[in-house]
Design a protein around this ligand. Sequence first.
Ligand code: ARG
Length: 463
Amino acid sequence: MKLWSGRFSKETDKKTNDFNSSISFDKRLYRQDIEGSIAHAGMLGKCSIISEEEANQIQKALSEILREIEEGKLAIDQTAEDIHTFIEGELTKRLGDAGKRLHTARSRNDQVALDTRLYLLSEIDGLIGLIKGFISTLCQKAESHLDTVMPGYTHLQRAQPITFAHYLMAYCEMLLRDIDRLYDAKKRAAVSPLGSGALAGTTYPIDREFTAKSLGLPAVAQNSLDGVSDRDFAIETASALSILMMHLSRFSEEIILFASWEFKFIELDDAFATGSSIMPQKKNPDIAELVRGKTGRVYGDLIALLTMMKGLPLAYNKDMQEDKEALFDAIDTAKACLEAITPMAATMKVLPKNMLRAAAEGFLNATDCADYLVKKGLPFRDAYKIVGGMVAYCIEKGKTFETLTLEEYRTFSPLFGEDVFEAVSLINCVTSRRTVGGPAPERVKEHIEKVKAKLRERNDTHD
Ligand code: ARG
């Protein structure tokens, strides 16, 4: 029987009932729903809106329901309208009138807003933990590749030499910002809407701060219409997760490229790659491809939430029931991707020789060669032109700046001396880029330490 059946003289049409029901997906909120109800019952008792004894009975029965669901002893009824209805119905079955009193001074509208917020808060911590795990893995890899020279690219054209450590640490910075965005979303989600009622608060003498406090929420919604009708906290999380996925997708794209025979900078571990059913030579980077592909899903979830909300008049509208699947999917997908990408990155084999070869063939030291002439007194534009001519010459002769003879250098400028070979050595090009944020091994080593310290500091201040 429906909670709201009093006004109705007919049962809901079967198909309409299925269409209207959210239990198939909101059942995962059972824990948060029960926690919210326990806090609400405690407040009702404390404020003498129901008796202390009834409040205790309700709290005890709710704890039992929770235990039984978790132990698999109580099955969630798939024909119920939603998880809130199911739990209240179960409570009433056990307690009779006392169960029926739980919903005093509350509506499913503030209840569902609370449950979704609590769920989100509990999931964000797990997500942050997974991102931290990925950052630690990248830091570890970076530590063993401080001197591994590779080409850095712009336009996917070889540009200037960097190291594999420098490359990996770029992703650590992006991921640290992803963590910040999630902490930030958490701050705004940690607000209790309970007490907003259906939309206009309640006439009962409730204590909203008390309920919020017992749920560990530092604040209460300051406007009852807003409390029940915004889902910006879900949108913000989906947005932070979309940005995270964009980062994971770029990394994945590079793993796919780097694992190809055309690059061969890395080789994926057999345990984290797949084969082809027809081509025996294939080793496919499926995990990275799936992460890249699933990024579209999370963007889709964000767009679904934004679009669902954009035309809704205040306050609650049933459209908002659609928030859950999108939010759950964004969270589940991001978690699954982090869980897959971390061991894949941890076990991949790095092939420094191939990286160095690609760097040597790409004239990545052209800028450094021009800088050499500048240091000998030539204006940069003149130096740039001379070195451009040298590149053309090398391409024609199949040579690199490392293999040119000093005589050949001198045909381009008398300023070249024996020390040019040192100036164009790739490791020197990298080592001399010592500015903060640059690829010099000493700088990157400092950066790794900073990132590790940040991970520790974030553990202390937030968790
Ligand atoms: N299942 C509903 C949802 O997720 C719960 C709130 C129902 N409120 C209502 N006024 N019908 O949005």
